[in-house]
Design a protein around this ligand. Sequence first.
Ligand code: CUA
Length: 355
Amino acid sequence: MRGWMKKFRSFFLFGALTLILSGCGVENLSALKPKGYGSELIFDLMMISIAIMLFVFVIVMAIYTYVLIRYRQKKGQEDFIPKQTEGNKALEVIWTVIPIILLLVLAVPTVQATFDLADESTKGDDNVTSIEVTGNQFWWHFSYIDDEISTSQDLYIPTGERVYLDMKSSDVIHSFWVPSIAGKMDTNPGDNDNTMYLEAYEEGVYWGKCAELCGESHSLMDFRVIAVSPEEYDQWKEDMQNVDPEAEPETAEAQEGKELFENSCMGCHAIGDGAAGQGPNLTNFANRTKIAGILEPSKENLVDWIVNPEEVKPGNQMPVNLVSEEEASKIAEYLLELDHSDVGPESSGKQVEEK
Ligand code: CUA
């Protein structure tokens, strides 16, 4: 390394770090770009903490630098011993009182936000949506109890209002996290249900993650929250309630796929309103933004997923080679016809048609 380079080594290092960190903040995934009530509250708390930390850091560094320069040993003073002081009431009071004040500045809004985020005062009121969320290895089930709608992986909510989530798990502990809208909450097995609420400010597709190590495919346990206007949300509910699970598919291939699906897949999956079974509810499958929560929606990916799910999401419950590739292709045709609502983002079914 050249001499001048050595000198600036740390400068380069911090420059590179800044560049890397500037990658943080992916749209609709980052807690640093809040787009909902909960995430905004948490973001504000982070800002207060950072401000206080910066304040303390700057003052301490200033005193430290001043003392280093002012009291360093000078030429001809090698044997000089400065005046020794012990105890200083004023100083001790100052450095006790200032941290107390800083902690109070931090504690008051933190406690307030904690109670605010746990508030359930409007839960159960008329026109307030409550959705049952169940975490499973490695997918999410959503049950709109009052509306008799069941779905998986894509959670539809109306914007501008509080939506309560009653959360549990069918197996191990998972954690439901939509960083850009709200904080996260564990889903527990057994009777230890948790409640949280979501309130999205703007329409959009928000990324959700499982935030609790829950097995081999924990990192692949993604989902989406799709926030639509209250009018569109009502439309979506109506569309979902009017789904006819027995409807005849359009093509002969899809018709065969439907029969195959009923014979091979219905044991675990449901179409129409159904309780959380062993597998995701596929009612609006073609409207999903991803396949299995992670794959781009295409027929090719869907066939791969049906034939060899272990390759895509290791440790999941779906059997490998349950159907042949040819059969999977027919089942895929059928599933990609399950396009029941125009509400929300471009559905996978439509994307496949475009290709
Ligand atoms: Cu479920 Cu991690």
